[in-house]
Design a protein around this ligand. Structure first.
Ligand code: FPP
Length: 223
């Protein structure tokens, strides 16, 4: 969800106003995604690198998340949306964890659409965490520690489990990089780059991305 800061600055507003407007783009996206029959959406809300930002901006993002959940949880639940969290729980303020956990618990049986908030998420952290957890589990179950790790065993420990591999990755705000996002899960994703800043991302932007995806020929390395 890149471009919140630039959106705000270009309008003479504080960066945090850009994040607030970015939250409204999530509202639109949830409704459009349900209408278009999308099943899973992962939103990169806060990366393991975003801790480098000024303390006040970090606080504003977590406060917005809490507000977002508190204000919308009943509505989200009534639409059949399941909330998932992917990322390390370490360092996330306890007030934010409480809101996320409540949202995850309340919506866990919902099947219409999963919204996966990637919060304190970084792919390198995820992969190391998954490997360490898989080895821990092997030790507990007295399995052969030196046996080769298979994809299936490993994937169970990814923060995103049980979400499937990503079909389409959308990067907003004109940047053309991955920024430590879902590296394992995007191995064969299609990628869509757009100059649209996240707060301006709307139904038309989503349609553009989906239309582009529709024309991709996915061969997964085959012919
Ligand atoms: C990236 O844009 C955006 C973020 C790091 C925060 C995203 C947060 C929200 C959309 C709102 C709150 C979250 C939830 C889950 C409701 P940027 O700040 O890097 O933009 P810039 O590159 O233009 O400065």
């Amino acid at each position: 969800m890149d471009g919140n800061g630039r959106w705000a600055t270009s309008k003479g507003l504080k960066r945090t106003e850009g994040h607030r407007e970015g939250a409204k783009a999530i509202d639109r996206l949830m409704d459009d995604a349900i209408e278009f029959g999308l099943k899973n959406i992962s939103l990169y809300a806060f990366s393991t690198e975003n801790w480098k930002r000024p303390v006040l901006e970090v606080k504003a993002i977590f406060d917005l998340l809490i507000e977002f959940i508190n204000e919308r949880l009943d509505n989200i639940h009534s639409k059949g949306i399941c909330i998932q969290h992917s990322g390390s729980r370490k360092r996330i303020p306890s007030s934010a964890l409480k809101s996320i956990d409540a949202a995850v618990a309340k919506t866990k049986k919902n099947k219409i659409l999963t919204i996966n908030f990637c919060l304190n998420y970084g792919s390198k952290d995820e992969i190391l965490h998954a490997f360490n957890e898989a080895m821990k589990e092997r030790k507990i179950n007295r399995k052969d520690l030196s046996a080769p790790m298979k994809e299936r065993e490993f994937e169970k420990y990814l923060y995103t489990y049980p979400l499937p591999a990503v079909d389409l990755l959308i990067r907003t705000a004109g940047e053309q990089r991955i920024s430590n996002f879902l590296l394992w899960q995007i191995a064969y994703s299609e990628i869509f780059f757009t100059n649209t800043l996240w707060p301006d991302f709307n139904r038309d932007s989503l349609v553009d991305a989906l239309k582009s995806y529709e024309h991709r020929v996915r061969k997964f390395g085959g012919l």
